[in-house]
Ligand binder design. Structure first.
Ligand code: FE2
Ligand code: FE2
Length: 240
């Protein structure tokens, strides 16, 4: 169980009906200050809650699945400081890059402080989030980009991004395997990881995401972000 990033604002809806979970989550969400977050625990993926947020609070929240059950699914819901009725791929996914970077830093701060269990838990949360991010890019975003730009999947920018994802996943596995062990030497691996991921994210934020927004137009880009929120795809279970 992770402690350091858990908020006091937890809604355990595992014993509630779907209707109660939706109503309870909405009222907790409305009580959040801008920039605050809560944690939702459900006995399914929480898709009914997400559908309600998408319908009634468009652009006001960030939906970040943390761990997939069964038996319990955990999702972090943040009230956006600057809500916008329509989302864009660039701002939504650049925000996710930053969220994940912060988790990775927290994990290594815990390790430096000698708290190996927290380091392990936080890194597992980071790794699950990054795997999900890679999953929705490859299964949703890249396909939309390829269709809109007429670029085939086997060449062009998305092909390069896929190759980089494999290297990122490989480094992620290696670091996840050592983060909870004080004897592991991770400095060089982590430097390599930062170089590859930093360069990859910069390319996405400077080229792929804005081009996708431009090609799709505001309405379709917003629909794509909603589809990404719903994405369950590859398991987000903490495997770190
Ligand atoms: Fe990516
Ligand atoms: Fe990305």
């Amino acid at each position: 169980m992770t402690h350091a990033v858990l908020t006091e604002r937890i809604l355990d809806a595992t014993e509630l009906t779907a209707r109660e979970a939706v109503d309870g989550c909405l009222s907790r969400f409305d009580a959040l200050e801008p920039g605050e977050k809560m944690e939702l625990r459900t006995k399914d993926s929480g898709s009914e809650v997400l559908a309600k947020l998408q319908a009634l609070r468009p652009g006001e929240y960030e939906w970040s699945p943390i761990e997939a059950g069964p038996p319990v699914w955990t999702t972090e819901i943040l009230r956006r400081a600057k809500p916008s009725p329509r989302r864009e791929v660039l701002e939504a996914l650049a925000w996710d890059h930053d969220r994940l970077d912060a988790l990775e830093s927290e994990a290594f701060r815990a390790r430096a402080a000698g708290d190996l269990q927290t380091a392990f838990d936080l890194y597992a949360r980071f790794a699950a989030g990054l795997r999900r991010h890679i999953g929705f890019e490859e299964e949703i975003l890249f396909q939309a980009f390829e269709a809109a730009s007429g670029t085939p999947a086997h060449c062009g920018p998305t092909a390069v991004m896929r190759v980089e994802h494999r290297e990122i996943e490989d480094l992620l596995e290696q670091i996840a395997g050592g983060i909870g062990d004080a004897a592991s030497e991770l400095d060089r691996l982590r430097s390599r990881f930062h170089a590859v991921l930093g360069d990859h994210n910069a390319k996405e934020e400077q080229m792929l995401y804005p081009t996708t927004d431009y090609l799709l137009g505001a309405e379709t880009a917003d629909r794509l972000v909603r589809k990404i929120q719903v994405y369950e795809g590859r398991s987000v279970r903490n495997r770190g």
